[in-house]
Design a binder for this molecule. Structure first.
Ligand SMILES: Nc1ncnc2c1ncn2[C@@H]1O[C@H](COP(=O)(O)OP(=O)(O)OP(=O)(O)O)[C@@H](O)[C@H]1O
Ligand SMILES: [Mg+2]
Length: 373
């Protein structure tokens, strides 16, 4: 086969996606881990694969890296077909959750490993290792062994080791999930800075929605081996296209309503006794009849009980959160408990009867019992 990477066509070409995935899928002994996926990752883009455990994130990453062989489809890096190219010829940098450093090598040897296997000269290796360690702020740690480093430092070494080969694409599989919250946030900021400075195409795997929202240019939300929506963080948060995405990313209030009809601008629906007219961003709506209406807590408002147009509810409990309080409400028209945030000093006590006012713009309507997974 002549489809190995040819160095003459490896230059970045902004006209072409950095990674193009055309119908790549994977099953393990008859169980589908990844349905065929189509996806183009742009040059310099930070793309996050976000989804619950077992949804196929690592499988997709390993297919891009070449650690797994696809059952179907084709994979391109820049313009080169790499479906049959082994991992070490794909020029990809990888960082795993568990660091995977060589325990018997010191930091510099760990970072230089990929250069030695590529037969880069000793002098150039030393220089590039020094640069990579500077980049991750570990310039003074070259002689330490991995067991003399903290978890955060080990993950920086793993990052330096991935960057030193000047990869065409950087892949990271839950790289910060073993770190405590503060360190994790610091590492997120650092990775984002390095990635932006180098203009490095990056595919980042996480099941943490806030990590995905804060770092990504685009997020691909996955469940059950499929990409359920792909878009910018604001697309995903403000305009979730299905119930799974609405509940997996951010907090969702879901109401059981009856869709009556729609025209160019408005949808008309009833919630219990209350009739409402709303604007929605959706083009595709389910058929009239029982449906699920979704709104973010910050789009809804708590009102006095019985206020015109509001949905009756009773405060079940309030949870103090410092700068605000979460008010959890029982509501006959809701599929689950409704949650609202209010200033801590204004939190109503349990048992108080209130109303929930829906926004006139912004809610979405999904098929009944759509797809909570
Ligand atoms: N080598 C394998 N053999 C058999 N089944 C596998 C193998 N690797 C993955 N799977 C299955 O494929 C599905 C997707 O797994 P994958 O590791 O891609 O999920 P994930 O989204 O990375 O989950 P997590 O967040 O837990 O890491 C799961 O059902 C998993 O059990
Ligand atoms: Mg995984």
């Amino acid at each position: 086969m002549s489809n190995e990477i040819s160095p003459s066509v490896l230059q970045n070409n902004t006209q072409h996606p950095a990674v193009q995935i055309d119908g790549v899928g994977k099953s393990f002994s008859g169980t589908v881990a990844l349905e065929p996926v189509w996806l183009k990752i742009r040059q310099g883009e930070f793309l996050t694969l976000l989804g619950p455990s077992g949804c196929g994130k690592t499988t997709l990453l390993n297919l891009i890296a070449g650690f797994l062989e696809a059952d179907c489809g084709e994979l391109f890096i820049n313009r080169d077909l790499v479906t049959q190219v082994p991992p070490h010829r794909r020029e990809i940098g990888i960082v795993f959750q568990n660091y995977a450093l060589f325990p018997h090598m010191n930091v510099a040897q760990n970072v230089g490993y990929g250069l030695r296997t590529r037969h880069v000269s000793k002098a150039e290796t030393a220089e590039r290792v020094r640069e990579a360690l500077e980049l991750v702020k570990l310039g003074d740690f070259a002689d330490r062994k991995p067991n003399q480093l903290s978890g955060g430092q080990q993950q920086r070494v793993a990052l330096a080791r991935a960057l030193v080969i000047r990869p065409k694409v950087l892949l990271l599989d839950e790289p910060f999930s073993a770190l405590d919250r503060n360190l994790r946030t610091a590492m997120q900021v650092e990775l984002k800075e390095i990635q932006t400075r180098l203009g490095l195409t990056t595919v980042f795997v996480t099941h943490d929605q806030s990590e995905a929202l804060s770092m990504s240019d685009r997020i691909a939300v996955m469940s059950r081996g499929q990409i359920r929506q792909i878009g910018s963080p604001t697309d995903i948060y403000d305009r979730p296209q299905n119930q799974f995405v609405s509940t997996f990313v951010g907090d969702a209030n879901l109401f059981s309503v009856t869709l009556l009809d729609r025209d160019e601008t408005f949808v008309r629906l009833t919630v219990g006794e209350t009739q409402l007219q709303l604007e929605t961003y959706q083009d595709d709506l389910p058929e009239p009849g029982p449906v699920t209406l979704f709104a973010r807590p910050e789009q809804c408002k708590l009102t006095q009980a019985g206020q015109a147009g509001s949905i009756p509810a009773t405060v079940a409990l309030t949870v103090y959160q410092g700068s605000y309080a979460e008010v959890h409400l029982d509501c006959a028209a809701a599929d689950n408990r409704v949650m609202q945030r209010v200033p801590a000093s204004e939190a109503p006590s349990a048992g108080t009867k209130v109303g929930i006012a829906l926004p006139s713009r912004g809610p979405a309507i999904y098929k009944l019992n759509g797809e909570v997974e």
